[in-house]
Write a protein that binds this ligand. Sequence first.
Ligand code: ASP
Ligand code: MG
Length: 407
Amino acid sequence: MALIVQKYGGTSVGSVELIQRVADRVAQTRQAGYDLVVVLSAMSGETDRLVRLASEVTPSPDEREMDMLLSTGERVTIALLAMSLRGRGFNARSFTGRQVGIMTDGSHTKARIARVAADRIREALTEGVIPIVAGFQGINERSDVTTLGRGGSDLTAVALAAALKADQCTIYTDVDGVYTADPSIVPSARRLDKVSYEEMLELASLGAKVLQGRSVEFAARHNVPLVVQSSFKEGQGTRVANEDKDMERMAVAGVTGDRNQAKLTIIGVPDRPGIAARVFGPVAEANIIVDMIIQNVGQGSLTDISFTVPRVDLGRAMSLVQRVVKEIEAKSVEVTEAIAKVSLVGVGMRSHSGVASRMFEVLSREGINIMMISTSEIKISCVIDEKYLELAIRALHAAFGLDEAAS
Ligand code: ASP
Ligand code: MG
């Protein structure tokens, strides 16, 4: 019998009525003859509520206690769903991360999965039980509860699907798949029938919030067949799988925007060996992730270096950089907060040339100035003024033939 792991996100289990609808779907899947394991998130808003409670108690809550707190949200939904199914005569049972044997490292609030034992789940399946598993949680070596980072229930589902060698892992959410662009910005955006793991990974890291980035990475590494589907309406959703010929046919699969970066420019940097290391060393040590870097061609013995950091880390980055500026005797630092990154993603870029130049042309036609550019094999990103982000996304979406009517 085929085995399916179904994961339902917070908006799909946000109320008792919605939990009953999940029970309907689980019951249907069961009656259609599948073996299934269900993974749940907490009710929508619940994890945020718990985070707020903690911050009301103390400004920087202890991380072990934070995990003890945050892991409660998922216990509520798994118990309620299991009760609902049992009330209908289905043999369902709820399991916490500990009971499943989701073993993680010790980094509380952002633990990484080391191993999934899943013995109790296998046992349950042989006995014909439907296991209902708490997402987002595991235990460390000392059996203390850990959590996998926000959105981590996706990772639980994928890791469990890999451990059980499931035939499919379906992520039920409040959208009916992965789109060529955010439909709230581009009304003519299309749902993609399939995307490659690699494209999905880029889209997730660029802020398309459909799947947690780490879960996509895990799925790619273990070849877990993933499907993103709406829990509210029927449809085939988007399949996330290995790259194939259809995916290569289109140069661009999607357009995304990211407003979470800020730009720092160090002006009048002495142009000599070792300076870049002096600038970026302390930033890296502070765990600040630098996304793009540009060093201009030196004029005389001086040059400028611009780079982007997450906006939330701007304050910290600024004080580190100001210290370095003094040490290396650069002139000054300038900050531009209102930037945005617009990106094209597609495995087709490997075989279609001219995507970058086309992108620059489109932006220039709209009068949008490009501040920084970065490219990878399947992605091109430009940093622009934040106020033109939506315009840029719409223009690029149309220019690359992604609008609904074009297909
Ligand atoms: N409840 C957790 C969160 O909100 C995990 C999840 O929903 O995936 O981040
Ligand atoms: Mg989620």
